[in-house]
Ligand binder design. Structure first.
Ligand SMILES: Cc1ncc(COP(=O)(O)O)c(C=O)c1O
Length: 311
């Protein structure tokens, strides 16, 4: 018998990869979801939060009682809050106003100080503010948007886990926030099979899907190398929301909205192939979005979805 792994941080990663046969569009195409909501704080971001904190410790930039600062729209903030609690650090997060209200509630429970910035400043404004605060106060900026540890940990863990369970991956689909997941996993899969198709998922320009960003909106995260991608899908919010609903109705997977966006893109890409194994990321679970009831809005008859910012 394997003894229990001690401490929450030992349980980051090794998330389930599940086949979703009822959603598969044709007999030759097998569809698999990597369920990152099974991480201790509930999202894929536990992986990078732990890696970035351990990097700062190893470099001697972070000492006991130190303060971390990061710009985030939610999941990275929650993941860092969990890691900071486990390791005894303080955390400040810069968040653009307008995120899902339950994210602020969760951060409050963790004892994190939230520094709001105006939504028009966007993620770029939040990043600049986090770096300014780090300089001014001697806090440690974890810098998820340009920290090479972000794609590296996905290369070493997420990508390696996928290949261990499913060596023949033909298509990999992930949303683009920092781009860390897509680049890190993508490079790992390409080392194994140079022919793998890497598919990026973004919200349609001007729309908002929690955790994802439209590269056409004016900020392309420096980690992103568009040249290695086979396709980029710009998904309208209403389609992502309907696909999120299908995930739970057809396969029982309660995913966050970016999981619906990646499912929708995976099905679009599957139209172009006759057979193959298609893996898509489900970066978090749906729980923290429930108070906002986004699924109901997607069902509304005339919801004006093209103009809507969902959170
Ligand atoms: C819900 C959700 N999905 C997908 C992503 C994209 O992940 P990455 O930053 O690795 O591109 C994020 C990132 O914040 C996220 O919060």
């Amino acid at each position: 018998m394997t003894p229990p792994r001690p401490g929450l941080l030992a349980h980051v990663g090794d998330t389930p990869l599940v086949e979703l046969p009822r959603l598969s569009p044709k007999p030759g195409v097998r569809l698999f979801a990597k369920l990152e909501g099974h991480n201790p704080s509930g999202s894929v971001k536990d992986r990078i939060a732990l890696a970035m904190v351990e990097q700062a410790e190893a470099q001697g930039r972070l000492a006991p009682g130190g303060t971390l600062v990061e710009a985030s729209t939610g999941n990275t903030a929650i993941a860092l809050a969990m890691v900071a609690r486990q390791k005894g650090y303080r955390l400040k997060v810069v968040i653009p106003e307008g995120v899902v209200p339950s994210i602020a509630d969760i951060l409050c429970l963790y004892g994190v100080e939230v520094l709001w910035c105006a939504p028009r400043a966007g993620m770029r404004g939040a990043i600049d503010e986090a770096l300014r605060l780090a300089d001014a106060h001697g806090w440690v900026a974890t810098r998820q948007f340009d920290n090479p540890v972000n794609p590296r940990v996905h290369h070493d863990t997420t990508g390696a886990e996928l290949l261990r369970e499913l060596p023949d991956i033909d298509v990999f689909v992930a949303g683009i926030g920092t781009g860390g997941t897509l680049m890190g996993v993508g490079c790992r899969l390409m080392e194994h099979n140079p022919g793998v198709a890497l598919v990026g998922v973004e919200p349609r320009m001007g729309e908002h899907l929690q955790g994802l960003r439209s590269l056409d909106d004016g900020y392309c995260p420096p980690l992103v190398d568009l040249d290695i991608l086979s396709a980029r899908y710009l998904i309208p919010a209403d389609r992502a929301l309907r696909a999120t609903r299908r995930l739970v109705e057809v396969e029982g997977v309660l995913a966050g909205v970016s999981g619906g966006a990646t499912l929708h893109a995976a099905l679009r890409y599957a139209e172009r192939i006759e057979r193959g194994n298609v893996v898509f990321m489900v970066s978090d679970g749906g729980w923290k979005y429930l108070p906002a009831k986004p699924w109901d809005a997607a069902e509304a008859e005339d919801s004006g979805l093209d103009e809507t910012h969902w959170w």
